[in-house]
Design a protein around this ligand. Sequence first.
Ligand SMILES: *[C@@H]1O[C@H](CO)[C@@H](O)[C@H](O)[C@H]1NC(C)=O
Ligand SMILES: *[C@@H]1O[C@H](CO)[C@@H](O)[C@H](O)[C@H]1NC(C)=O
Ligand SMILES: *[C@@H]1O[C@H](CO)[C@@H](O)[C@H](O)[C@H]1NC(C)=O
Ligand SMILES: *[C@@H]1O[C@H](CO)[C@@H](O)[C@H](O)[C@H]1NC(C)=O
Ligand SMILES: *[C@@H]1O[C@H](CO)[C@@H](O)[C@H](O)[C@H]1NC(C)=O
Ligand SMILES: *[C@@H]1O[C@H](CO)[C@@H](O)[C@H](O)[C@H]1NC(C)=O
Ligand SMILES: *[C@@H]1O[C@H](CO)[C@@H](O)[C@H](O)[C@H]1NC(C)=O
Length: 632
Amino acid sequence: MTTTALLLFCACSALCGNLALAQRSFSIDYQNNCFEKDGQPFQYISGSIHYSRIPRYYWQDRLMKMYMTGLNAIQVYVPWNFHEPVQGVHNFTGDRDLEHFLDLTNQTGLLVILRPGPYICAEWEMGGLPSWLLKKKNILLRSADTDYLQAVGAWFAVLLPKLKPWLYINGGNIITVQVENEYGSYFACDYNYMRHLRTLFRFFLGEDVVLFTTDGNTDKEMTCGTLQGLYATVDFGTDTNITEAFKRQRHFEPMGPLVNSEFYTGWLDHWGDKHAAVDAKAVSKVLGEMLTLGANVNMYMFEGGTNFGYWNGADHDKRFRSVVTSYDYDAPLSEAGDPTEKLLAIRDIIAQFRDIPAGPVPPATPKFAYGFVTLKKVGNVSEFLKIFSPSGPVKSKDPLTFEEMKQPYGYMLYRTTLPRNLSEPTPLISPLNGVHDRAYVSVNGVYQGFLERDTTLVINVTGNHGDTMDLLLENMGRVNFGSKINDYKGLLSSLNLGKDALTDWKIYSLNIDGAIAEGWPHLQSSKSGPTYRREPSVGPAFYTGTLQPNGLNWDTFLKLHEWTKGQVWINGVNLGRYWPARGPQQTLFVPGPLLSTTLPNTITVLELEQAPPQLRVLFMDRPHLNITANKL
Ligand SMILES: *[C@@H]1O[C@H](CO)[C@@H](O)[C@H](O)[C@H]1NC(C)=O
Ligand SMILES: *[C@@H]1O[C@H](CO)[C@@H](O)[C@H](O)[C@H]1NC(C)=O
Ligand SMILES: *[C@@H]1O[C@H](CO)[C@@H](O)[C@H](O)[C@H]1NC(C)=O
Ligand SMILES: *[C@@H]1O[C@H](CO)[C@@H](O)[C@H](O)[C@H]1NC(C)=O
Ligand SMILES: *[C@@H]1O[C@H](CO)[C@@H](O)[C@H](O)[C@H]1NC(C)=O
Ligand SMILES: *[C@@H]1O[C@H](CO)[C@@H](O)[C@H](O)[C@H]1NC(C)=O
Ligand SMILES: *[C@@H]1O[C@H](CO)[C@@H](O)[C@H](O)[C@H]1NC(C)=O
């Protein structure tokens, strides 16, 4: 059945073969509606994996599992902001070593479908765009805006020459390269921009590589996202009629291979939403139907991974919704890289179409429940301003944004004084909804509550004339999709206290990650450092504890049961945000190699709202991703 179907849609022409075999080639065979690799018809069965969401030491493990499932290719995004954190300063080392990742895919025997953006969406911070682009007010991102194009050109002049030797036709394993990402769903619909990108890709990668676009499966998206010379592909999930979807691709590409560039195996979660899941049977069934048509399929995601640190993106439709730390995605390989039933179901389907490598899929990595660790309070954020903000505050009549302060991610402190006595609780108002994204408010050290973008624009505060009011501002990840990707962070506009506008701010950049990476608070505790306290408190504060080594460094899952919301580090590495009070994610993935088998492992928690009466955290041997609080 399968061979016949393949021949119908993707038959090798009588002429293909011998001549081309001598030379490496990869192209589109328009006559026979398929890709052609080394002169032979070629169909890919691929899976998405993001190296930026997996620690380097696990790349090979995940790739091997994908190979053993029967995939012949992987698809990967290159997040620009991961590699150019500061304009003109590039990082391709350690967990950002793209070429090492490509080398591992090549060694594993997998081809690569590369998606270098410059915009990638991916539920990644700002869709992969660096936030320093926002220093130009009103920059029109993803368009022919000259400053945007200038930055893209400089980035591609660094990135694309590195990739050129990795093209299949040049001896590497990259078979195709995507231009932009679902551009048709962006309002700008700027053909000059797409033409400019096409020119850049051709200039740096040559005339022979297959360039393509990917768009949502509607006429409007296909119209704005496609361009002559870039092969048009579609993306869709299990709820779509595949005949209809490929008919639409055919409308834009009358001949050539059928391609679903993102076949959704699962879906993402936002804080406060129900946990997303896609049925394994539906995924394997529709996969089989597409392969029967001879289509090329990339499964998005095959291995999702984790939004460590501050790398999660956000959506803004009716309101701002931040993506959770886990990018498990209900994918065939779990967040921790474990094969699931979905993977086995997919493998059974693939086995009907191509020879899959002999032998079992490598097993799950071992997990360990290290148990409870008791924490102590170190102190609240404002006590450590000298450590986090050694150069002190910037003074400004009106508040400055994260971008103006040149702090891309994390937290900043905004301080002012109360202009008068508040004889009764007085509303602190965010009149222009300018708190991006949450502000934790204290007056003279007494926590008052929080303001939240789109949902909580007023709280009552109390205090006296001259009291210090501190707002710890949390950047919860920039919008990665849609028209609101110019997502400035911090206090974007002044706040009112009753009828008075608050002015004369001291704004502190906070390098919390830098301090923790250098050993704070543990290294200081023996010297003149903080004195630890056992009591929890309300308001933003640090807590710390030690997981004693037990000779193992197996993967584990950290549960902050009854904690409210915050950020957690282990041995100086930022594991990401936790927010069990909202859910659905309840545990954070802790990759085993982060743990020491011989030295005490330090845990540092920044709790933003309220710590539980019992200051402890729990290391479990399984994840918990699906409990959403009813309250909001
Ligand atoms: C580059 O990125 C790696 C991996 O995240 C990190 O360990 C390293 O410190 C970075 N290098 C610089 C110079 O920032
Ligand atoms: C990719 O792997 C093949 C086979 O192992 C090897 O011949 C080739 O040199 C590798 N390509 C690169 C760019 O490393
Ligand atoms: C998909 O659409 C086609 C018409 O384009 C229709 O014939 C077919 O029944 C539909 N399939 C399903 C499963 O609805
Ligand atoms: C404000 O309150 C303080 C302390 O309660 C008091 O000493 C002061 O006189 C008050 N100022 C005004 C202007 O009411
Ligand atoms: C603020 O305090 C006033 C006066 O005590 C009260 O009427 C109002 O409901 C409070 N508002 C909020 C948002 O708590
Ligand atoms: C922070 O700690 C200082 C010193 O212990 C204390 O005076 C202040 O009230 C605390 N602030 C908060 C918000 O807990
Ligand atoms: C949550 O996920 C676990 C497996 O991780 C499953 O056993 C449980 O039934 C799920 N609960 C809900 C409410 O979906």
